[in-house]
Design a protein around this ligand. Structure first.
Ligand code: 5GP
Length: 347
């Protein structure tokens, strides 16, 4: 046994200290980032916020809306090849859609064959998101290498991990972007079921440092509860921020609508929840526990409003610290440790 006693921080442990700024308005803040990825050498420009590859948020409908804002959607891995074909062929998308979507996959041979077929049918697809709950298995590293060997010019996302040495291992194995987050998610119960996890802000700070040293990028995945948390993730060094819960409950999100007491709710659930496993894998296997919960999120209307709220919040953070562009936010961020967040007198 070994005990690390320095404190690791989550978003709710800090605030961003304001700094003198010569920006006159939020409208002056440029939220676009430009990256040339480590292995694929692909040049990408966009607003680096990603809808999570959950079957409730990584939907074609969400992708259509977020693309209009220059943002990304990691489409969930349960869409069939026929559904991909129908969406890409029938929707009159311009080529820019390929900058705004990721194909998600698990790590079985069947998963490999399926996403390879989707890419063979649509060779302009650029991003492959290889996603497992626990990115620490040796076999996962081998899978990333296999995908890199087969798809030299595609941009590969791999995760999830929370420590610098594993970020380096993935970047050296062929990933361009490493997804960071174990346990912070809104419908995740890993910390309760397994006792494993890492406070998200510290994970981001440490993993960004490791990735940037090698020319790689990271996604902060999970744990954002409000636009301020998204700003803190970027301030901590995240190149991209992935959101599940904040995008749940909208017209474009998946999930059944339920009515209670005259109010509408939409189901939202973890991809390792019993709900998801019943739907996609015929139930929870006997050797595992469900590590996700199912919740009812108040129906929130069109996703556009929420997008505006998030982007407005990040722009505001930038103006408070004098960052004219999102790119400058990290180096202009000083976090202060706090024991209070919002004033909750009115709930
Ligand atoms: P949120 O933005 O809702 O806080 O977090 C979204 C992230 O939670 C997802 O991108 C994914 O990494 C993680 N996640 C989704 N479903 C589950 C689940 O069932 N169990 C766990 N442990 N994590 C999940």
């Amino acid at each position: 046994m070994f005990l690390e006693s320095d404190v690791k921080l989550g978003f709710s442990d800090v605030l961003i200290r304001p700094k003198r700024s010569n920006l006159k308005s939020r409208s002056q803040v440029d939220l676009q980032r430009h990256f040339r990825f480590l292995h694929s050498k692909y040049d990408w420009t966009g607003v680096p916020v990603i809808a999570a590859n959950m079957d409730t948020t990584g939907t074609f409908e969400v992708a259509d809306r977020l693309a209009e804002h220059g943002m990304l959607t990691a489409l969930h891995k349960h869409y069939t090849i026929a559904q991909w074909d129908a969406w890409l062929e029938n929707h009159n998308h311009g080529d820019d859609i390929y900058n705004r979507i990721m194909v998600s996959t698990g790590t079985s041979d069947a998963d490999f064959d399926k996403f390879s077929t989707i890419i063979a049918n649509h060779p302009k697809l650029q991003f492959i998101c290889i996603d497992v709950a626990n990115g620490y298995a040796e076999s996962f590293v081998e899978f990333v290498q296999r995908v890199r060997d087969a798809f030299q010019d595609k941009t590969i996302v791999a995760g999830n991990v929370v420590t610098g040495e594993m970020v380096e291992e993935f970047l050296l194995s062929g990933a361009d972007i490493v997804k960071v987050g174990i346990g912070p998610g809104s419908v995740c119960t890993t910390r309760v079921k397994a006792g494993v996890g890492y406070p998200q802000l510290s994970a981001v700070i440490e993993c960004a440092d490791a990735a940037h040293g090698l020319g790689g990028r990271i996604i902060s995945d999970g744990g954002c509860t409000c636009p301020g948390d998204v700003a803190k993730a970027f301030g901590g060094g995240a190149d991209f921020v992935m959101l599940g819960g904040m995008f749940a409950g909208h017209d474009e999100s998946g999930g059944q609508v339920v009515e209670r007491g005259g109010r509408q709710f939409k189901l939202f659930y973890g991809m390792s929840s019993a709900t998801a496993m019943d739907k996609h894998s015929g139930g929870v296997a006997h050797y595992r526990a469900s590590e996700g919960k199912t919740v009812e999120v108040p129906y929130r209307g069109p996703i556009d409003e929420t997008v505006r709220d998030i982007l407005g919040g990040v722009r505001s953070a930038c103006t408070y610290v004098g960052a004219g562009a999102l790119k400058e936010l990290t180096k202009r961020t000083t976090f202060i440790r706090v024991q209070e967040q919002e004033n909750r007198i009115f709930g």
